[in-house]
Design a protein around this ligand. Sequence first.
Ligand code: FAD
Length: 374
Amino acid sequence: MVGGGILGTTHAWQALKLGHDVIHVERDLLPRGASVRNFGLIWVSGRRAGLELDEAIRARLMWEELSLEFPAMEFNPNGSLTLAKNEMEVAILEECLKKVDADIRQWSVLDKRETQRVNPAVRGAFLAALWCPLDATVEPATVLTSLRAGLSKKPKYRWRSGVEIKSITPKAEYVQAISDSDEIFEGDLLILCPGADHQTLFKNEFAAAPIRQVRLQMMSTDVFPEKLTTSIADGDSLRYYPAYAETNLATLPMQAPIASEKHMQLLLVQRSDGTLTIGDTHEYETPFEFTLDERPYEYLHEVASSLIGKTLPPIVRRWDGIYSQRIDGEIVDRRFIFPNVIAVTGPGGRGNSLAPAIAEQTFDWIQRGSGDGI
Ligand SMILES: Cc1cc2nc3c(=O)[nH]c(=O)nc-3n(C[C@H](O)[C@H](O)[C@H](O)COP(=O)(O)OP(=O)(O)OC[C@H]3O[C@@H](n4cnc5c(N)ncnc54)[C@H](O)[C@@H]3O)c2cc1C
């Protein structure tokens, strides 16, 4: 298994469940990719109807299974509130309830008083909320470490960090991977989960694949003195998530210029230490900016403060992250590079939510011997 992010780790978990011996290799001493830079959201509410929603619900169950198997992992089934601040956004929420899969998502629309019963700390300028109790969170700073600590207790699992795989060569009956320090690893099957690194290995294959990189800006505030019992999204997320695509989005008022320029929505998660993780922006054109733009931070801090109803603590950390995303709406890019080498990447902004189910599907897919890149 190459790649110590959430996809590599959940693939390692699945491989062990199926009885395989696993060597799990990661370039960094501790993973530094999208899986530790994200919100930690396990987000069912916004998923596209059909297969993606089915996979999200399956993954949500599997996250719960993971939390039982690895109790050190912080799994918070806190649900989410998407807050509507004007009548047009409320109308979209109402329209959502008429969708055939509204019950599967466990959606309901709450007025302000009902919303505050679910999350008493939300007292700001909003009219109603879409409540999705299925949404959950994990802690990005610790989730991989706690999963690996659990996996490491299994005799068939070996973790090697600080090892970059530089070449992968299929042999007649096995596959060989060679590291940057010429260490040789051999096995029956290699699964590569490189995240947004489309360059180091199989550059040409990734260049031809229907995937792209997307860069996001994120921030964390200082400790918020109250408990936020749910995750929070704002009405801009209605424009962003495919679940809302067939509603009357054209009736929504114009986004704020900075939100529109930076393809923004507000997502907010309170971490277990009380700080608030807030984002995000989306940048699609490469080469990406290497600087962090301050304007989205000011805007998001203001929007979040207004929805919560008091000025949030100051921003104390800012970072960006890059994910790999399928550009045609498919859930993931899964391809045989060789008969015994499979690359899995491209889940976009849903990789954390779906990772356990994506890993499960990979092994089903291998059994079926598929090879058409999805
Ligand atoms: C800012 C941000 C917020 C997000 N929020 C959410 C969210 O809340 N919910 C959600 O569902 N999704 C979210 N996502 C998406 C999600 O984080 C990603 O889809 C997911 O983490 C991808 O996991 P991964 O394992 O494929 O990649 P990564 O986490 O990037 O891991 C890939 C790993 O492979 C290693 N690697 C690569 N090449 C080699 C090599 N040759 N040798 C050894 N190691 C190698 C890298 O060092 C890296 O550690 C977010 C993404 C970002 C950037």
